[in-house]
Design a binder for this molecule. Structure first.
Ligand SMILES: [Mn+2]
Length: 313
């Protein structure tokens, strides 16, 4: 078991322009209110809260597709988060990016990828999500940009505005594992298949169990001496236990499946950065989703569910 103390940095990313429903901008403060920092400190880690970021100033831009919503905001947030994440990735800290809708991962992950490349280590990404977020700016029908970050990160074309130049350190598609997915559009499926991204849907999780699906991926990260970024979307979880998300899809991960993933990630000692995304406190029930996400972070940082007294939710 890995019990190393970590220097954790919290970065608020109150992004909600990428989602179809507003409210994710309250996410970072909901995590703070739910006691994220104190919980991590109680586990023996040190925590520095860097507050909330603001989007970078962006000059005039024309959206490449008229259906896209809040395109300039996506560009501004991506640039601000990319710079912040590249800096944190170069330091010996563990950043937790507090979202914010999933559009923020375009910046957090690309910045971490840049830092990983500077350290000559491959970056692997575990994407825990009901959706694959693999639309291009052309293929999206909804225009909601939180459906596009993973396509950007894997180097699909059309995203050069995001950083003002082509993405230099793209993720290798085979270094990306999407777990828990249960809603993929046809265009996304074709692109995912063509590129060789790892995708385990809920049916596979039902049939094979979540641990045997995660384990080989972790072994590949270890064998490659890779860094591992985890991007945890609230809608990975079943809406019965995590209602505070604008994109609920029935049939998500259970409480135990989600904790097991986090415990395995902790035991692996491989995770170096984390996104907590899509929490919409406006849709929550007395903070239960925020508290569950904080609890899951606790498992990722070394807490055991069975060490705690039982309590009712
Ligand atoms: Mn997502």
């Amino acid at each position: 078991m890995n019990v190393a103390r970590k220097q954790i940095v919290l970065v608020g990313a109150p992004v909600d322009e990428g989602a179809g429903q507003r409210g994710c901008l309250m996410g970072p403060d909901a995590y703070r209110t739910a006691g994220l920092a104190g919980m991590l400190e109680a586990l023996g880690h040190t925590v520095a809260d860097h507050g909330n970021l603001a989007p970078a100033e962006v000059g005039p831009l024309r959206a490449p597709n008229p259906v896209l919503k809040n395109y300039r905001a996506y560009v501004g947030w991506t640039r601000a988060l990319h710079d912040k994440a590249a800096g944190l990735g170069a330091a010996s800290v563990f950043p937790i990016y507090l979202g914010g809708d999933h559009a923020m991962a375009a910046g957090s992950v690309s910045g971490q990828a840049r830092a990983a490349a500077a350290r000559n280590r491959p970056l692997f990404v575990l994407w825990l999500d009901a959706h694959s977020d693999f639309h291009t700016l052309e293929s999206t029908a909804s225009g909601n940009l939180h459906g596009t970050p993973l396509a950007f990160l894997c180097g699909l074309p059309g995203f050069d505005d995001l950083l003002g130049s082509p993405l230099e350190h793209t993720l290798k598609p085979e270094n990306v594992e999407i777990l828990g997915v249960r809603s993929i559009d046809r265009e996304e499926r074709d692109m995912l298949r063509g590129l060789g991204v790892g995708v385990s849907d809920m049916r596979r999780i039902d049939e094979e169990g979540i641990a045997p699906l995660l384990r080989p991926f972790l072994e590949r990260v270890r064998a490659a001496d890779g860094l591992l970024h985890v991007s945890l979307d609230v809608d990975f979880l079943d809406p019965e236990i995590a209602p505070a998300v604008g994109t609920t899809v029935p049939g998500g991960a259970s409480f135990r499946e989600a904790h097991l993933v986090m415990e395995m990630l902790h035991d692996s000692g491989l995770v170096t950065s984390l996104d907590l995304v899509e929490l919409n406190p406006f849709l929550d029930e007395r903070g239960r989703t925020a508290r569950l996400m904080v609890d899951l972070a606790g498992s990722l940082f070394g807490r055991r569910v069975f060490d705690r007294p039982t309590r009712s939710f």
